[in-house]
Design a protein around this ligand. Structure first.
Ligand SMILES: Nc1ncnc2c1ncn2[C@@H]1O[C@H](COP(=O)(O)OP(=O)(O)OP(=O)(O)O)[C@@H](O)[C@H]1O
Ligand SMILES: [Mg+2]
Length: 218
């Protein structure tokens, strides 16, 4: 399956969640390739940092910040159980290509009630991609949930009614994610029994069951 983490908003956790999802599946013994579709190359930096620290390689990271992504990603998917795309910034061509490559789009958002969760442009591009690919699944993922109260309020306002829907698994605001980014490690390695590692495991589970559901329905 090809999972793309996309949001034209910066700093919402695309790279963080892409690395941790890829790492979670890799730690389970699955073959994973991460495509860094961001010209900034943050995921590549992370994997280089990891190499520099002589830590074991978990998954390959390939820099592919170009709009032929939709042709190259399926090739990579042939030799991997999972391909994870760390999404591009506000470049419509790259975004289109990532949307055409993905089976599942995850849109990380910070659950701020004051804010639109994704740009109108991003949602328009998703709609456009679905004309060609009606089975393209999409979910919001609530990241950096600082307080339960915010989520509770949003829930009261009908989280389930959002389009795309909101994934059940949420990720808290946790300092260990910043430590992981800097050290070329994962929260599963830095604090294996901690809440961040548990949240990532739950996120991976939710995605796996989404994929299973999809497959059952053809
Ligand atoms: N759940 C979290 N808890 C704490 N810090 C987080 C969390 N998620 C992300 N961060 C931190 O927030 C910053 C931005 O996250 P990240 O780089 O993953 O976002 P991004 O969407 O990839 O940003 P960009 O658009 O610049 O590529 C990073 O410093 C990261 O460590
Ligand atoms: Mg990033």
């Amino acid at each position: 399956m090809i999972v793309a983490l996309l949001n034209q908003k910066g700093g919402v956790g695309k790279t963080t969640l892409a690395l941790h999802l890829a790492g979670e599946w890799a730690r389970q013994g699955q073959r994973v390739t991460l495509i860094d579709a961001d010209p900034q190359g943050s995921a590549l930096d992370w994997s280089q940092q990891r190499e520099h620290e002589r830590l074991a390689r978990l998954f390959g990271v390939i820099g592919l910040a170009r709009d032929t992504l939709h042709r190259e990603a399926p090739e990579l998917a042939r030799t991997a159980n999972h391909v994870v795309i760390d999404g591009p910034p506000r470049v419509a061509g790259l975004m289109r290509s990532a949307l055409m490559a993905a089976d599942l789009v995850l849109i990380p958002v910070q659950p701020s009630p004051l804010d639109g969760w994704a740009s109108a442009e991003m949602l328009a591009l998703l709609k456009e991609a679905r004309i060609y690919r009606p089975n393209l699944a999409a979910r919001f993922v609530l990241n950096r949930c600082a307080a339960r109260t915010i989520i509770a309020r949003e829930t009261a306002n009908g989280l389930a009614d959002h389009d795309p829907p909101v994934l059940g698994a949420t990720i808290g605001q946790r300092i260990v994610f910043a430590a992981a980014a800097q050290s070329g490690q994962l929260v599963q390695e830095l604090d294996p029994d901690g809440p961040a590692a548990r949240e990532i495991a739950r996120l991976a589970e939710d995605i796996t069951s989404l994929a299973a559901g999809r497959d059952r329905h053809g």
